[in-house]
Design a protein around this ligand. Sequence first.
Ligand code: GSH
Length: 237
Amino acid sequence: MIDLYYWPTPNGKKISIMLEECGLPFKLQAVNIGRGEQFTDEFLRISPNNRMPAIVDNETGISVFESGAILMYLAEKSGQFMPAETAPRYEVLQWLFWQIGGLGPMAGQLSHFINYAPEPNPYALERYRNEYDRLLGVMNTRLDNRDFLAGDYSIADMASFPWVAGYKRFDADLDPFPNLRRWFDELKTRPAVRRGMDAGKDWSRPQLTDEKARKILFGQTARSIAKSRSSGGEKQA
Ligand SMILES: N[C@@H](CCC(=O)N[C@@H](CS)C(=O)NCC(=O)O)C(=O)O
């Protein structure tokens, strides 16, 4: 059994999708990031970066944080969604790392400045809007005459899907990207993708715009985290 430390955000959903796709038994362990549960000592032992997702594989005793590393672990364990041969494996890995280092962080910053910044910041908005748009364009070109990002359907597609699925929250449109739209429309009908995207959808979530959650999520420094650890790790703010 795999414990998935999870909250329903795009980075979390990459892993719920993969677990649904590969059929390994798993249990969701909620980490309510708006309430500061990512700072408990128990969680920090698994995920020292105080970010979810993370997994614990109770069969092997191995724990893994960082969504890209988790996807690779699950692909290796299940023998699915990442080829074993070197060339096609690196085809998948380069698109996986492209998502981890590019699409995710750029969309995350864009969402921050659209949805959470206390006042509009036109420079930051333009910068991240352009980057998200550019990256959707890269995907669209890549998907010309191919069904998936790298060979067969793989962890690279699963990693990117939740960050494309959120396009409306990022004030973007898929209409200028017909290949990407086709890929998106196909993936969203997969039963495992739907189940993965729905994981935790009924959990009650604090509004990230509420003052307490804002402080926990957006006011982190090395000092504030060290202070929260010495006071029991519960509340970061
Ligand atoms: N690079 C990390 C990013 C994970 C991440 O940013 N998780 C966010 C939610 S999407 C989180 O746990 N935030 C808690 C916090 O900011 O304290 C990964 O891919 O796993």
